[in-house]
Design a binder for this molecule. Structure first.
Ligand SMILES: Nc1ncnc2c1ncn2[C@@H]1O[C@H](COP(=O)(O)OP(=O)(O)OP(=O)(O)O)[C@@H](O)[C@H]1O
Ligand SMILES: [Mg+2]
Length: 224
């Protein structure tokens, strides 16, 4: 699929621009071939050093995650990589949760399905690590969940030796806490006291996760 795409002709072949690039983020384009729509995340417009270091690394990481999650319903299909600088994945037929209008509120059933989807990814040995950003979760017209943006994902194989096993477990728990965070925003009435209590507890692990994320973000901005 999408074999004719090259880094040079990507912009010309897009049928829509889904998101402009920033200094640290890739451009997100909509493409189409033989009636199939794909989404391209592409770093070729970012600064030379950034795109050839972080950009290539993020494309490689995200590609690995999609390969490991192949066949999981609710996760885009990886069609191909273009020159190590872009990923072409299947288009999710829905909206990200950040783009929902005020009246559009995913219900409890959606969040139960989302939690099951996250667990299915964990069973494949992949933790997403950035699900607290609501823009990485999407919903279709039937209320089914999808998860995009696997560039920060980690795998159980990489974290298979103690104490890394404990770190991996922390990220797995953090993925599931993200569901509570989204529920607090979209349907707070469905949250049980137990969930509220668990969510309010911020252990040392969570502090560490935040510190790692903040540090990584600052580094990326410096390199860009
Ligand atoms: N496969 C897809 N199908 C439909 N829309 C998608 C798809 N992948 C990404 N998008 C849209 O593009 C947006 C940006 O994509 P993504 O989150 O992967 O980019 P990013 O630069 O890694 O993320 P961030 O903005 O979180 O740093 C998503 O929030 C979603 O709205
Ligand atoms: Mg994102």
């Amino acid at each position: 699929m999408f074999r004719s795409l090259t880094i040079k002709n990507l912009a010309k072949n897009q049928i829509g621009l889904m998101r402009q690039p920033t200094n640290t983020r890739p451009v997100v384009r909509l493409v189409e071939e033989n009636g199939v729509q794909g989404v391209v995340k592409e770093f070729s417009g970012n600064g030379f050093v950034y795109r050839n270091t972080i950009g290539r690394f993020l494309v490689w990481r995200e590609g690995q995650a999609y390969q490991r999650l192949k066949g999981v319903k609710g996760i885009p299909v990886l069609f191909r990589k273009v020159d190590g600088l872009a990923l072409v994945i299947s288009k999710v037929p829905g909206k990200n949760l950040e783009h929902l209008s005020g009246e559009e509120r995913p219900d409890l059933d959606f969040f139960q399905k989302l939690a099951r989807l996250i667990q299915e990814c964990h069973e494949r040995g992949v933790a997403h690590c950035d699900l607290k950003r609501s823009a990485n979760t999407m919903i279709d017209e039937f209320g089914r969940p999808y998860i995009v943006d696997w560039s920060a994902a980690i795998t159980d194989r990489e974290f298979c030796v103690y104490p890394l096993t404990a770190t991996y477990k922390m990220f797995v728990e953090d993925d599931l806490k993200a569901v509570t965070k989204l529920k607090l925003h979209f349907c707070p009435e469905s949250i049980t006291d137990e969930e509220r209590r668990k969510y309010a507890q911020m252990g040392r692990g969570e502090c560490a996760i935040r510190a790692i994320r903040d540090f990584a973000r600052k580094c990326l901005q410096k390199i860009a």
